[in-house]
Design a protein around this ligand. Sequence first.
Ligand SMILES: Cc1cc2nc3c(=O)[nH]c(=O)nc-3n(C[C@H](O)[C@H](O)[C@H](O)COP(=O)(O)OP(=O)(O)OC[C@H]3O[C@@H](n4cnc5c(N)ncnc54)[C@H](O)[C@@H]3O)c2cc1C
Length: 551
Amino acid sequence: MSTDVFQRNPINQPRPLVGHNAVRGDAGLVAAVRAQAGDHADALLDSLDELGLEAGSAETREHGMLANEHPPALRPVDRFGTRIDEVEFHPSWHHMMSRGIAHGLGATPWVSDEPLPHLRRAAGYIAWTPLEPGHGCPITMTYASVPALRSDDALAKEWTDLLASTSYDFGLREPHTKRGLLAGMGMTEKQGGSDVRTNVTRADRQDDGSYRLTGHKWFTSAPMNDLFLVLAQAPDGLSCFVVPRICPDGTRNPVHIVRLKEKLGNRSNASSELEFHGAYAQRLGDEGNGVRTILEMVAATRLDCVLGSAALMRRAVAEASWHVSQRAAFGATLIDQPAMTNVIADLALESEAATHLALRLARAVEQPHDEHEMALRRMALPLAKFWVCKRTPTVTVEAMECLGGNGYAEESGMPLLVRESPLNSIWEGSGNVNALDLLRVLAKSPDAVEAWRREMACVAGEYEVLDRAVDSALSDLQAASSDLVTAQGRARSLTARLAVLLQASLLVQHSTGEVADAFVASRVAGEWDGVYGTLPASADVRSIARRALPA
Ligand SMILES: Cc1cc2nc3c(=O)[nH]c(=O)nc-3n(C[C@H](O)[C@H](O)[C@H](O)COP(=O)(O)OP(=O)(O)OC[C@H]3O[C@@H](n4cnc5c(N)ncnc54)[C@H](O)[C@@H]3O)c2cc1C
C-alpha cells in the first residue's frame, strides 16, 4: 500500500500515448495496408514513416488539443466597417493544416506518379486526422474537388496543380500567386440539404460566359478556402459552379460570411453560413447537370467520411487499450480482467472491420478504368458510409469508458473524439440518404450487386453461416430491386447487413484467424448481445485485445 497519501507522484496512472509511430505501431492498420497494397506495401509504409512518427508525437497531440480549445472567430468587418469576411484561427490550426497538406493528404494523389497514392493517402489520413479531426474537413474537400473539376478540361488545368500542392499557403490573395490552394463546397441551403433540387440560389449568365450568383448557403465549411464548388439554379436548371474568393480582376468576390455555426464537435473547423451578392462564378459541367457534376466530389468526400470514422475508432481504441494495459484494479491489470479483455477485443474487431473496408474502398479509387472496382465502389460506398459512420459513436463512447473518469475529462482527448464521432454520419448524405442510395444503385447498376457478390465469393466455403447469410442477403436484394418503394422502410437493415458481410469477407481474407472467427461469430452468426464486451466464449479475446495495443 502506498504511503504517499496525496499521490503527488501518482502510481497506477498510465503514461500518455505519445512517442510511438501511429502507422507502424498500429498492427490493424498495417495489416489493412498490406492487404490492399500487395507488393507495394513496404514502400508505402516506408513513405508514411515521417507522418506516423509525427502523428505519434507529444507536440502534434498538443497542437490538436489547442486547435480545439481555441475555435475560429469570424471577423465580418474591419474596425472601419469595411467588409473583410475573415476567419481567425489559432496557430495550432495552421500547424495541423500545414503538416497535413505537407504529408500529401490534400489533393496530391491526383497528380502523383507513385504507385497507389490514394491508398497511401487513406492510410495517412487514418493515422493523422484523429489528432485533430476538424482540419480533416478542408483537407478532404480539397482532395475531393479534383475529380469534379475534371469534368471541364480548362478548369481542371487551371486549378488542379495548385490544389494538389503540398504547400499550405493561408491568406486571401489572388489564387494563382499562391503556392497552394484549398477548396470547399456549397450545396446545403436553409430549405433543403439532402434534397438539393430545392436550391434557390440563382446563377445569372453574363456576356463573357461567366455567371453571377445571388443567394445563400446554410452550411459551407472552411469559408477561408480559396475556391468553392457551389450549386445554383441557372436558366437551364441546377448547375455546378467554381466560385473563387478573389475574382480574376483581383477584386474580392462578394461572398459574405453571415456567421459561424456553434457545433457539438468539430470545433476547430469553421462552418459558416454564406451569402452570395452577385458573386463571380465559372460554370463547371453543363447547365442542368449540377448534381451529376458535384457527385464526383461527394463520392470522394464520402470516402473520407469512412476513412475519418475508421480513424476516430482506431484512435479511440488505441487510447483505451493503452490505458487498460497500464492501469490495475482489483489486483490485476485491467486488460487482463476478463470483462475488460472482452470489451477491448470487441472494440478492436469493430475498428479493424471499419479499417479494412475503408482501405478497400480507397484501393478501388486507384483503378478508375477497372469495371469491377468501379462497380464495387458504387455499391460499397453507401454501405460503408452508412455503417462505419453509424458505428463510430458507439465505439468512441465505449472506448472513453475504458479510461474510467479520466476518459470523461477533456485533457484525455476522448471527449474530442466522442464529440466528433456523429458528424461523419450527418454530412455528405445523412444515414437514411445513404441507405436509400443503395436502392438507387440497385435500380441503376445491376453490375454493382454482382461486384459485391464477387467479393463475397472470395470467402465462399470458409464459414457455413457466412455462406447462408450471403444467400439470404442476395435474395433480399432481389426482393428489394423488384419493389424499391416498399424497400425504403427496410433500406437501413439491408445496407447494414451488406456492409457487415463485406467486412467479414475482408477480415476472413486478410486478418488473423482469431479476428475473423470472432467477427463472423458475433456479427454474422449473432452470438453477440449488441453491446461491446459480449463476444462469445469461443472468441480468443486475449490475442485480439493484445493486437489492439499500440506498439
Ligand atoms: C458541421 C457541418 C458542416 C457542414 N459543412 C457543409 C459544407 O461545407 N457544405 C455543404 O454543402 N453542406 C455542409 N453541411 C451540411 C450537411 O451536408 C447537411 O446538413 C446534410 O447533408 C443534411 O441536410 P439537412 O441538414 O438539410 O437535413 P435534411 O435534408 O432536412 O435531412 C434531415 C433528416 O432527414 C433524413 N432524410 C432526408 N431525406 C430522406 C428520405 N427521403 N427518407 C427518409 N429520411 C430522409 C436525413 O437522413 C436526415 O436524417 C455541413 C453540416 C454540418 C453539421
